[in-house]
Design a protein around this ligand. Structure first.
Ligand SMILES: [Zn+2]
Ligand SMILES: [Zn+2]
Length: 425
């Protein structure tokens, strides 16, 4: 027996209402803020991620699905969505459009990570990206969108955490201060952090190891090292968030894992009892487009994992609105009624009535059982007698009543039965 590969999942019909709910909400928020949809390929040139996400990041070091195709090209299943969108922005000359260019995408991403609750190797994310504008009002807009996305789903107990990690001008001073601080404490750090100290010292701050955590507590804070421009940007962003009444906390240890972030970084957490799980995050990536070969172009974005969102919906007992299901099931009593059954079903569907039919030869009892399981509100029964008289038996599954009606009136009766007010008993 085959199984879905480790870290992947089948999303069966029963689960789909959650996925539809979350995706359509993400699209609705994008629409409200004027973001247009973009889709990029599932795989890209490996270099794209090496250049953008950063060679020292966990993603590039451990988590990429990289392979040679039959033409010996190194390709990588996309581990994140920002670099591909940056590539598309450059490739299609979107910098010639009015800036910022606002885009969103929803789809699968791939990371060779250790699977656990809410974490998959094939994961699904959506992201909002706004490229070509430095104004902190755009940072505020993206943070407001992330807030709207989560609160419109009905999620409660959320916390936005915010930090600024500066820019290539002021950040080196901070990184030096961090190294200085950590140099005397190398022996207390986990092995990963000992290598991070030289290669990627910001990541020392968010190591989950308990000893590293304790050392990070009193590490220097990036907001104390911001240059004039970065600190003005951060101040303005805070003012805007206050004026929008978006609650947030400053988290001095929030750095996020990817090299391309500058200035604003933020993450949204669920603060529900116990686990502090991240529902999504983002920030400014003013250096990315230039790193990919374009002119210096500021940008800001947010991404959220759909699995995490759905996990939290379930934890909080939020059920998605389900689409109306099957309305009618057409049962057949055999003996030459098959063609009439197919025709009746087609007639119902043409009138936008979702309808199922019975296949093969089954007893009426087993067909009614099937009709019941399908959730159909009505069952229509066609036998040789009905065929001869141009009638059909209409069975109301909720009331367990039935009557023979004229075939030509069935569509109208069903529409009335489904849409009309339920009569008092
Ligand atoms: Zn700066
Ligand atoms: Zn560590």
């Amino acid at each position: 027996m085959y199984q879905a590969p480790r870290g992947t999942q089948d999303i069966l019909p029963d689960e789909q209402p959650y996925w539809n709910y979350v995706k359509s909400n993400a699209r609705q928020v994008a629409h409200l803020y004027g973001y247009g949809a973009i889709e990029t390929p599932i795989f890209e040139d490996t270099q794209l991620f090496l250049r953008s996400v950063g060679e020292t990041s966990d993603i590039v070091q451990k988590e990429m699905y990289t392979f040679l195709d039959k033409g010996e090209n190194s390709l990588t299943l996309r581990p994140e969505g920002t670099a591909p969108i940056g590539r598309a922005y450059l490739e299609h000359g979107l910098s010639n459009q009015p800036q910022p260019v606002k885009l969103y995408t929803i789809g699968p991403f791939f990371r060779y990570d250790r699977p656990q609750a809410g974490r998959y190797r094939e994961l699904h994310q959506f992201s909002y990206e706004a490229i070509g504008e430095i104004d902190p009002a755009l940072d505020a807009e993206i943070i407001a969108m992330s807030w709207d996305y989560l609160t419109r789903l009905g999620l409660r107990e959320l916390s936005i955490q915010l930090n600024s990690i500066g820019c290539p001008i002021c950040r080196p001073h901070y990184v030096e201060a961090l190294r200085e601080y950590y140099r005397g404490k190398v022996a207390e750090l986990c092995l990963d952090c000992q290598t991070r100290l030289e290669r990627n010292p910001l990541r020392l701050l968010d190591c989950k190891n308990r000893a590293c955590n304790a050392v990070a507590e009193s590490a220097p804070r990036s907001i104390d090292y911001l240059g004039e421009e970065c600190s003005g940007h951060f101040q303005r962003l805070e003012e805007l968030l206050h004026s929008l009444a978006i609650p947030y906390q400053i988290n001095n240890r929030l750095v996020r894992g990817l090299d391309y972030y500058t200035k604003t970084v933020f993450e949204v957490y669920s603060t529900e009892t116990g686990s502090q799980s991240s529902l999504g995050g983002g920030g400014r990536y003013d250096g990315l487009i230039e790193q990919l070969g374009g002119r210096p172009t500021p940008a800001v974005g947010f991404a959220a994992g759909l699995e995490r969102t759905i996990l939290n919906l379930k934890k909080q007992g939020i059920t998605p609105p389900s689409r109306p299901g099957v309305v009618a099931f057409v049962a057949s009593l055999g003996d030459g009624t098959e063609v009439a059954v197919s025709r009746l079903v087609a007639q119902l569907r043409a009138a936008d009535i979702a309808a199922l039919q019975s296949f093969g030869r089954r007893s009426l009892k087993s067909q009614l059982k099937h009709a019941h399981a399908s959730g159909a509100r009505f069952t229509l029964i066609l036998g040789p007698d009905e065929l001869a008289t141009g009638r059909v038996v209409l069975r109301d599954m909720e009331k367990s009543t039935q009557e023979a009606v004229d075939q030509s009136t069935v569509v109208e009766l069903l529409l009335k039965g489904v849409r009309g007010p339920t009569p008092n008993p």
